[in-house]
Ligand binder design. Structure first.
Ligand code: APR
Length: 276
């Protein structure tokens, strides 16, 4: 049966955007960043392990921290909240997920329209040390394997993209691009780095298009992501927040549920959609 509209006490929505932060995955066993006792930043200074400068200075330390987080991600499973969002899409509702999370859990739950604002921990890319690359005698070349700047031209002409894709986020020495030898790093957005323009454009577009945005498990402390739910509110979409610790958005949005993603979302999404 095709569900083509949302009916929630007189609200009608045809395009829904689900905006998620680390709290969305908390019940899957992945720590959040800023929860007081359990947050990752309560135990580690993000400037030490989540910036390009930290990686340039101590690549192995940064790699090892991401491998440890990757262990939690690989053993995690989507929770009832992820599944409720994916079910909605499978029932024919126009759903776009904008996630700040790097854990792939929305996709593993079955959501197909997922915008990864901050990248994906399990995807690797080359560390583009532009300083080194452009300081070299000759201008850097673009490595055909990793598309990064190769500071030197002795690249392996027989290496290809599959050789790069075969490398995983695993314990051990920091791996190198098989083509040009550049260090590899997780394809996530570190502090001080810009978001991928295509992801950010898609996110703004999903906010402009939606008539309902549900913000789940986000502290709304990191820009530009934090502005997205506010933009939805400003342009007249209905906005709902799901967070056990309501943010400033709660006083302005249309409904705020001070509960967890896995507890609230299944009931909330079921009550939002009337079958027609
Ligand atoms: N269900 C829903 N929300 C929860 C749950 C839960 N079970 N548990 C915690 N929360 C809420 C917290 O109250 C908090 O508001 O999730 C939010 C998590 O906030 P952060 O740890 O700051 O995570 P996030 O908002 O995703 O951080 C944004 O900051 O460090 C960067 O790149 C990192 O993407 C991250 C960004």
């Amino acid at each position: 049966m095709k569900i083509s509209h949302v009916d929630f006490s007189g609200w009608q929505a045809n395009k829904v955007t689900i905006f998620t932060g680390a709290g969305m995955s908390a019940e899957s066993g992945i720590p959040t960043f800023r929860d007081r006792m359990t947050g990752l930043w309560a135990r580690t200074d993000p400037m030490e392990i989540a910036t390009p400068w930290a990686f340039r200075a101590h690549p192995q330390r940064v790699w090892d921290w991401h491998v440890h987080l990757g262990g939690a991600v690989l053993t995690a499973s989507p929770n009832a909240g992820h599944r409720a969002v994916a079910d909605l899409e499978q029932r024919g509702v126009h759903v776009t997920v904008i996630t700040q999370n790097i854990d792939n859990l929305h996709q593993r739950a079955g959501s197909t329209k997922v915008i990864e604002l901050h990248g994906n921990l399990l995807r690797l890319k080359s560390f583009v040390d532009e300083e080194a690359a452009f300081a070299a005698e000759r201008p850097p070349m673009i490595c055909p394997v990793c598309n990064g700047y190769a500071a030197w031209e002795e690249h392996d002409p027989y290496a290809n993209r599959d050789d790069l894709l075969a490398i995983q986020l695993l314990a051990g020495p920091v791996p190198h691009c098989p083509g040009c030898g550049a260090l590899l790093r997780p394809d996530v957005v570190w502090f001080g780095e810009p978001l991928a323009p295509e992801a950010l454009d898609a996110a703004w577009d999903a906010v402009e298009q939606c008539d309902l945005l549900i913000a789940v498990g986000a502290s709304l402390e990191v820009e530009p992501a934090a502005s997205l739910p506010w933009r939805a509110l400003q342009k007249g979409a209905r906005v709902i927040e799901v967070n056990p610790a309501p943010t400033a958005l709660a006083e302005h949005c249309h409904a705020s549920f001070a509960g967890s993603a896995a507890e609230v979302l299944p009931t909330l999404l079921a009550s939002l959609w009337a079958t027609t």
